[in-house]
Design a protein around this ligand. Structure first.
Ligand code: ADE
Length: 248
């Protein structure tokens, strides 16, 4: 099945050009993903093709008008009548790997990119099913957030990553950060690849990687450690990691 992505954006080139590269570009070329852009400017009814206006109540910036945005969303919906319409904005629910995984189970997404100071609230009331944010910071528009969403979702679609297992081993899949990776040469100015990784002992390597992942998460993202239940092995490995740090 082809994953359908409709993006409502004033800057379709940002979306299209970014998605011609790498893993996602290949998936598009292979027909695993279909991407369509809808530019509200093409649906503006006045001769200047106006898409924004001053906010009621005053204040800085411009607000995206209801009419052109709503018309563009309706066009996108004609292609995917049953698909949820997502608005990207800092006011949305924060995206996590678990939500990304859920999006990848759907048939597609209709993504609306906000711009300027915001969109007319009545768009949110009448056209938007879900509002999502990629983090607690403000972008000048939703396009880069849309690319983050599209990239993170599409790499989980069947057949998109060459090696079927590589998404299963990602950071956050089990609630932990990733373990460190190394490739040749084994010595770079005295920085040596850990011996275990060169031992060929798969069980020891698995244990070492898990310990590094747990230890790194405990150091850098204690909030993540608190939000998961560590199993007995993981608890033991975390204690070993902490003891090793104390010794050094
Ligand atoms: N648009 C502007 N800032 C954003 C954010 N943090 N997430 C999603 N869309 C946005």
């Amino acid at each position: 099945m082809i994953y359908q992505i409709d993006v409502v954006t004033l800057f379709p080139d940002i979306i299209s050009s970014a998605l011609t590269h790498g893993v996602i570009g290949r998936a598009k070329g292979n027909g695993l993903i279909e991407l369509r852009n809808w530019n509200p400017r093409n649906y503006a009814q006045d001769k200047h093709k106006t898409v924004d206006d001053r906010p009621y109540g005053g204040g800085p910036g411009m607000v995206l008008k209801h009419q052109p945005l709503s018309a563009a969303i309706k066009k996108a919906k004609e292609k995917q009548p049953k698909t949820k319409v997502i608005l990207l904005s800092p006011q949305g629910t924060q995206l996590k790997q678990s939500s990304v995984a859920e999006f990848s189970k759907r048939k597609g997404m209709i993504i609306v990119c906000g711009r300027y100071e915001g969109v007319d609230e009545r768009i949110i009331m009448s056209e938007i099913d879900e509002e999502w944010s990629i983090g607690d910071y403000v972008l000048s528009g939703g396009e880069f957030a849309a690319l983050v969403l599209i990239d993170s979702v599409c790499r989980l679609l069947p057949g998109v990553l060459g090696d079927n297992n590589s998404a299963n081993e990602d950071s956050f899949v089990d609630g932990l950060l990733d373990y460190p990776h190394y490739t040749r040469p084994d010595d770079i100015n005295g920085l040596i690849v850990p011996e275990i990784l060169q031992s060929g002992n798969h069980e020891e390597i698995r244990r070492w990687r898990l310990k590094q992942a747990i230890g790194k998460t405990w150091r850098i993202r204690p909030d993540l450690i608190e939000s998961i239940e560590l199993n007995e092995e993981q608890k033991l490995l975390l204690q070993e990691y902490i003891d090793e740090i104390k010794k050094n």
